[in-house]
Design a protein. Structure first.
Length: 209
């Protein structure tokens, strides 16, 4: 089963990727992780990526695709994989297609912008031990104080409403067009986000699992 997970930032892609990876017994390929691994291992494409990163530039699409290609050729991907975080644009999707990388399905996790802003805006992280909380869904016993180490709970910059809104704008402009791209190829499966367990059930159901 070769999958792509699509969805806005905060839609729960990372969580679902972990669960599906275990249930379907296939690895999750996160671009950030494989990029770091390729750089660390000094692969030819990793060294190319490092040049751009050291210069403070964005790693170009062809280098990213090269690193994905290297990773998908490894033995643990022979039964399939879940791509998380790529493609981000139609140009990347076209490059992946040209590179001969194919997919069985593209699952888009649907959730409203308002819900994402509320969800991410409520996240709090302990600045001492890194434990995470949510003011509504998983509050600490004492307001603003970590249950585990009594550290102070803070809101990360990434979770501030204005940052989340900016990230959503980029998603709608650059990544959302991928839904049409894959719908035209008959690969798109849309699933409403409705709590972790139920969303997993829905994804497995549209995949016929």
């Amino acid at each position: 089963m070769k999958l792509i997970l699509l969805g806005a930032p905060g839609a729960g892609k990372g969580t679902q990727a972990e669960i599906l990876s275990e249930k379907l017994n296939i690895p999750t390929i996160s671009t950030g992780n494989i990029l770091r691994a390729a750089v660390k291992n000094g692969t030819p494409t990793g060294l190319k990526a490092k040049e751009f990163m050291d210069a403070g530039k964005l790693v170009p699409d062809e280098v990213i695709i090269g690193i994905i290609h290297e990773r998908l050729a490894e033995p643990d991907c022979s039964n399939g994989y879940i791509l998380d975080g790529v493609p981000r644009t139609v140009a990347q999707a076209e490059a992946i297609e040209k590179a001969g990388i194919i997919f069985d399905a593209v699952v888009s996790i649907e959730i409203s912008d308002d819900e994402i802003i509320n969800r991410m805006g409520g996240r709090r992280v302990c600045e001492s031990c890194g434990s995470s909380y949510h003011v509504k869904a998983a509050p600490p016993k004492r307001d603003g104080i970590c249950d585990n180490c009594n550290g102070k709970l803070i809101q990360r910059k990434d979770d501030a409403p204005e940052t989340v809104k900016a990230r959503l704008e980029v998603y709608h402009k650059e990544t959302e067009p991928l839904k049409d791209f894959y719908a035209e190829r008959g690969l798109l499966k849309s699933v409403e986000n409705s709590g972790i367990a139920e969303t997993t059930e829905r994804i497995l159901s549209v995949l016929g699992k």
